[in-house]
Write a protein that binds this ligand. Structure first.
Ligand code: GBH
Length: 515
């Protein structure tokens, strides 16, 4: 009888902790939690052991003033030498997977595959083996912004031959690691590669041929992705039981108010920022969104171009790209409010001129250290529902979501942001979104592109002044660890101490599987 009551009380306790509004809100079984990083942002070792020069190496060495605090990724967190500590941190968190990227010039210094850098291949091999040893799934991004400089000398992603260079590179990665790695992502954020790299000139290669180069780049990147998909399907998928996707930035957009022109501007801008990449791959019809084609064609004509600045996709190209992914790897950070300016004052031609919108934020949304980043978790919910309805329930893995702060271990704002976005995600899953994983950006502080080290995205703080690049868990690391272990977002959880211990969750699961 006593046992009965004890058991009853215990259950009450569990129910209190785990249930809200009378229903358990738990991430579904099999849902994967992870963290993400990218080669140039964490590895350092920019010329170690035969690595070639990337376009980020070249840009920053030539123009250190491009980076707000004058830093570079030359050393960064030095993961090239510290990868075992990185995996230890992943074990502390208890994550299911680690999303990292491969530096193309580390494995092929010139970009071309005739000249292979075995030391580079060995590095990733070691990292993968270390992950697998602890039952953590590697998720590899083949390309996260760091093109070999030699290929950039030839025009980079504006050169249609980049499609073949990338296919060659990808084939080598799949040959070498395909049997060990189940999750593959071809590109990180084509909009970052193309709009920022070739239009705004705010990311390497810092080219700015506005309104033209961006769109050429988008076409080439989509075709390169589709080539790799074809190769993966024909040769590697069955053999390795893997899956392949592409990371696309899907931030949410809402109209500033209900004025018809603002609602229309929002619809259009969703097509310019989301549809431009998602429609060709995930829609039934394929191709660029019609409204984007129409607007760019109309503007091009007015500007005296003989043809649209948006390259045409032939019907063969449309069918090669359509359906070319097992999952949509979604990077989601924030929401903006859209309105249509009275007059289009953007430089003509340009992407901004074509899109013709003004973006603002609600004053109620918390502002991160990064000026563009506001906390509006409802936007993740809406973005997921939008993708569901528009693209017929694609399989989604969230491959980036995060928050930036100043240095400091008490990162309450990151904790709040993490919890509220995970709650929004849970709601979307409950409402039918097919989301099977979530990766927090980022495992640790790292080189934040032109913001250098001034914006810290890490669950772990990195001491960049220390030779060892010491990593220390922030409060958010303890909170995330608890969420992963319990599968519940418990708002009341407070870490008892800031002392990290290894989580053996993944090893237990492995033991279970092996039984
Ligand atoms: C991700 O992109 C990247 O994939 C990742 O590498 C990066 O570390 C992470 O975001 C955090 O930024 O300063 O006004 O010019 C997210 C999209 C696009 C967000 C560029 C920041 C700069 C805007 N990023 N944007 S601004």
């Amino acid at each position: 009888m006593v046992y009965y009551w004890l058991f009853f009380l215990y259950c009450q306790l569990v129910v209190c902790l785990a249930w809200s509004d009378g229903a358990v809100r738990r991430f579904p079984p099999g849902f994967m939690f992870g963290v993400a990083s990218a080669a140039y942002q964490v590895e350092g070792g920019w010329d170690a052991d035969g690595k070639g020069e990337s376009m980020w190496d070249r840009s920053i060495h030539k123009r250190p003033d491009l980076i707000s605090d004058g830093t570079s990724g030359d050393v960064s967190t030095d993961s090239y030498h510290n990868y075992k500590r990185d995996v230890e941190m992943l074990r502390e968190l208890g994550v299911d997977f680690y999303r990292f990227s491969i530096s193309w010039p580390r494995v092929f210094p010139d970009g071309f595959t005739n000249n292979k850098n075995e030391a580079g291949f060995q590095y990733y091999n070691n990292l993968i083996d270390e992950l697998l040893k602890y039952n953590i799934e590697p998720m590899i991004t083949m390309y996260h912004f760091d093109l070999p400089q030699k290929l950039q000398d030839l025009g980079g992603w504006a050169n249609p031959l980049s499609i073949l260079w990338f296919e060659d590179y990808a084939r080598n990665l799949l040959e070498r690691y395909g049997s060990k790695v189940k999750y593959w992502i071809t590109f990180n954020q084509p909009n970052g590669i193309c709009m920022e790299g070739y239009g705004d000139g705010t990311m390497a290669p810092f080219v700015s041929v506005k309104g033209i180069a961006e769109y050429i780049c988008v076409k080439n990147v989509l075709l390169a992705h589709a080539r790799v998909w074809k190769m993966f399907n024909e040769k590697y998928r069955v053999k390795n039981k893997g899956s392949l996707g592409i990371s696309i930035a899907v931030n949410w957009l809402d109209p500033l108010n209900n004025a018809t022109e603002n609602v229309q501007a929002t619809d259009e801008y969703r097509e310019f920022t989301i549809g431009l990449y998602v429609n060709p791959i995930f829609s039934k019809t394929g191709d660029f969104p019609q409204v984007v084609k129409d607007i760019i064609a109309r503007n091009s004509k007015e500007q005296g171009f003989r043809k649209s600045r948006l390259p045409v996709l032939t019907s063969d190209e449309i069918s090669a790209i359509r359906g070319s992914a097992d999952f949509l790897a979604m990077n989601h950070y924030t929401t903006s409010l859209v309105s249509r300016p009275k007059k289009n004052n953007h430089p003509s031609p340009s992407f901004e001129h074509d899109a013709n919108v003004k973006l603002t934020y609600s004053k109620h949304w918390a502002v991160a250290k990064s000026p563009w980043l506001r906390s509006a978790p409802y936007g993740l919910y809406k973005a997921l529902i939008y993708l569901n309805l528009k693209y017929d329930y694609p399989y989604i893995i969230i491959t980036e979501n995060g928050w930036s702060t100043d240095p400091g271990l008490d990162d309450t704002q990151r904790v709040d942001n993490l919890r509220s976005y995970l709650n929004a995600l849970l709601l979307a899953i409950e409402d039918g979104a097919e989301v099977s994983g979530y990766a927090a950006w980022s495992l640790m502080d790292n080189f934040e592109w032109t913001a250098g080290l001034s914006e810290r995205f890490g669950l772990y703080e990195v001491d960049f002044d220390a030779a060892e690049k010491t990593r220390t868990p922030r409060k958010s690391a303890f909170v995330y660890k608890e969420i992963i272990a319990s599968r519940i977002v418990d708002e009341a959880f407070e870490p008892k101490s800031m002392q990290m211990t290894l989580s053996d969750r993944r090893m237990k699961m492995k033991a279970k599987i092996e039984l």
